[in-house]
Design a protein around this ligand. Structure first.
Ligand code: PLP
Length: 406
């Protein structure tokens, strides 16, 4: 008897990131380096949390923590605070609406489900966060990938080609751009690259509806004060293009397990944005009903009353992360270890296009208590979870393991 649709029950999925991180946690050697998980750790190797956030959170009453949200769309003050934090003053010419979602994953699921029918195209980067792949295939979407880089850096050429191909096969196109602080490469596009990307999307949107899904999960860990300036370019979008922004409190508040985030829609016409709100509200009610009330209350309160204090902590967290990535990239150069262009954020990825070799290298590193992730295109090193002292020498050890498995 077959109970589970689409044959989903026939194969088990070994979610490598969870499996490897559990192996790393179980390895009690003092030499253990756990570079598997995209969660920020402090310099003692403990998961990082913000004092300001937990002072507020712990001061919330049981009734706030235990209550439902005010609406499936999310609490109105949360949504307003979140739009203000995310967009700053960058998009005054557009209409905007937001729907709360359980983390960035919930926001991406919402974007896919509200816009695409089975068989429609979704375009993702290569290399990319592996969950995009699963999310698209579970929905029966047509998945294709644009190469992020060519020999000159960000590959606009491939981006254009893949957008056009994907659009030919579909009624409508959703393109994911996980920028800035991309996972897994740590790349961030320049303003010029953003301009060109939007021009290409506009060209495609002359034919059929195009949605840009900007996944900004890691944006708040960019050390640049101008990290959100590229959003000003969204002001120029035509009515054929809709911009969706997936925001995650998992990273911004180190609230991984709280499952809070949002999807923001931006468009030239009020009607499109109202329709987004209507559709999102129904979708949320039918899928998760509403999200974590306390996480929303905490975010809104901090933005209103404690934002300077929290911001100071965030700055320190960014500096801690940047010291690690600077050290790794210096040592990678010295060791001749090739990485994808890395600028900022949680990750760096070593180039290894042969999956068997990447797997072997990761296994060899595990024998030395070093846990990284073999992914499509290379070996991801989550520097976010490796204290500075353990970053020292890491690039050299990875290079050694690669040479041994060559
Ligand atoms: N987008 C990217 C690129 C990510 O790496 C992650 C988390 O690892 C997310 C979105 C969403 O995370 P969450 O659902 O925990 O907010």
């Amino acid at each position: 008897m077959e109970f589970w649709k689409n044959g989903w029950g026939k194969t088990a999925r070994n979610d490598k990131v969870f499996a490897y991180s559990q192996m790393a946690f179980a390895d009690k050697s003092p030499a253990t380096v756990n570079a598997t998980l995209g969660t920020l750790s402090n310099e003692d190797g403990e998961i990082f949390s913000f004092e300001t956030v937990y002072e507020r959170y712990n001061a919330l009453s049981n009734s706030v923590k235990t209550s439902y949200a005010q609406s499936p769309l999310g609490n109105p003050d949360y949504l307003e605070a979140l739009k203000a934090w995310t967009l700053k003053e960058n998009c005054p010419d557009l209409y905007t609406a937001a729907c709360a979602a359980p983390g960035g994953t919930g926001a991406i699921a919402l974007a896919m489900d509200l816009s695409l029918q089975e068989g429609d195209s979704v375009l993702i980067p290569y290399p990319a966060w592996s969950n995009y792949d699963l999310m698209a295939t579970q929905r029966g979407l047509r998945l294709s990938r644009y190469e992020l880089f060519d020999e000159n850096g960000f590959s606009l050429e491939d981006f254009r080609k893949k957008c056009q191909q994907a659009l030919n096969d579909s009624e409508r196109l959703l393109v994911i751009v996980n920028d800035p602080c991309q996972n897994p490469t740590g790349y961030s596009m320049t303003i010029e690259e953003w301009k060109r990307v939007l021009e290409i999307l506009e060209e495609c949107a002359q034919e059929k509806p195009v949605l840009l899904l900007n996944d900004i999960a890691y944006i708040d860990y960019s050390p640049r004060s101008d990290s959100k300036d590229y959003m000003r370019l969204f002001n120029g979008i035509s009515e054929n293009l809709c911009v969706l922004i997936a925001f995650s409190l998992s990273k911004t508040f180190s609230f991984y397990g709280m499952r809070a985030g949002a999807l923001i829609a931006l468009h030239r016409n009020a009607e499109t944005v109202t329709e987004f709100e209507n559709a999102a509200q129904k979708y949320a009610r039918a899928h998760w009903s509403s999200i974590n009330n306390a996480a929303m209350v905490c975010f809104a309160e901090i933005m209103e009353k404690d934002s300077a204090k929290w911001h100071k902590e965030l700055e320190e967290a960014r500096r801690m992360l940047q010291r690690r990535t600077d050290l790794f990239s210096k040592e990678a150069k010295e060791a001749g270890l090739e990485t994808y262009p890395q600028k900022e954020g949680f990750f760096v990825t070593v180039v290894e296009k042969d999956p068997a070799k990447a797997k072997k290298t990761v296994a060899r590193l595990m024998e030395r208590h070093i846990y990284c992730l073999d992914i499509q295109g290379g070996i991801r090193v989550a520097l976010c979870s490796v204290p500075y002292q353990k970053v020292k020498g890491l690039a050299g050890k990875i290079k050694e393991a690669m040479l041994e498995t060559a």
